[in-house]
Design a protein around this ligand. Sequence first.
Ligand code: ADP
Length: 374
Amino acid sequence: MPITKSQIIDQLRTVNDPELHRDLVTLNMVKHVAVCDGHVTVAIELTTPACPLKDQIAQEVEAAVRSLGDEIQKVEIEWSARPQPPQHPHAHADQNESPQAQARQNNPLPGVKHMIAVGAGKGGVGKSTVAVNLAIALARAGHAVGLLDGDIYGPSIPTLLGLHDHQIQGTNELFYPFNVHGIKSMTIGKIVDPDNALIWRGPMAHGAFQQLATKTDWGDLDYLIIDLPPGTGDVPLTLAQMLPLTGAVIVCTPQKVAQDDARRAVRMFEKLDVPLLGIIENMSYFIGDDDKEYDIFGRGGAAQLAEFLNLPLLGTIPIHMELRANGDAGDPTQNFEGNPTLADELNTLAQTVERVISQHEVAGEARQPTLNIS
Ligand code: ADP
């Protein structure tokens, strides 16, 4: 029996992207497969034309296809690169296989205008802190805002929002979100014991996140901010397949090791077809009692990364003791009412995020077809 296209696609499912540890088919990098008389052609789309991992991918693709048997005489790879910078969601509306195209067709939250993912390459960089304060800043600017704690392995939203004394409520079908600090929020940390969440494996994490997002009574929102787990695991993939995202922001600290992780997170969103809104540098520097600024982690790292990736730097947040203390106390409103400098920084960040979203919208609309009436 001649080897079929679907056998080859199944083989390609065994080849992982070396950076993201997910297979090429899931990442939507395989654009075309053809087989004729033992000659196989595979078209692969990279995120950048000069992908340093191209040779490794080529070897692994060839080995995977050849493992189908001696019938395979030749494996040819056609390379292409995704257009840069990453495009607005509407630009890919005709590619039904893209995770975001699927999500746009079956949007489970049509009442939400903008869904924004907050990601980070690794834990502890202040991703949840940024997500919480971005949500509250947008709400204080007059928007209807929700915050979804997608960090289902280590939810910190119950602490950061001070939800300890709140009980989850709802109907048979829907959870009611918690209404605190001017925003609606939902977190797995109030539904299951967080210690159990830590040991969830892929499919369980997928299901839990999906239900948390879609079984919450969000109502109409201007913004839904989604705090993702750090790194490049299952939740971002589920998210990209399920919700049509306006875009993702990446939080990183200035040091070199954090940049490497952040770059991986950026690549993941590019591969999932999620527009990148920009980078936020957190713990940028520290202002001492002597009013001097100390660059503890080597300030400016995120700016360099943003420039390298051709993305906007959306803002820099210094180390503030209040930010940590108000986070521990579950009182983020105090970040906006206790220290005018901190409030300014957080409000400016939210305004920049809003501005970049509008720019993406305008760029997206410009790429949509228009009617010519003469
Ligand atoms: P992540 O979500 O990336 O794991 P968190 O938001 O939970 O990180 O932050 C980790 C810790 O660092 C928390 O205690 C938080 O209060 C603190 N933190 C985050 N950003 C700052 C900052 N700019 N200044 C002071 N403390 C911060």
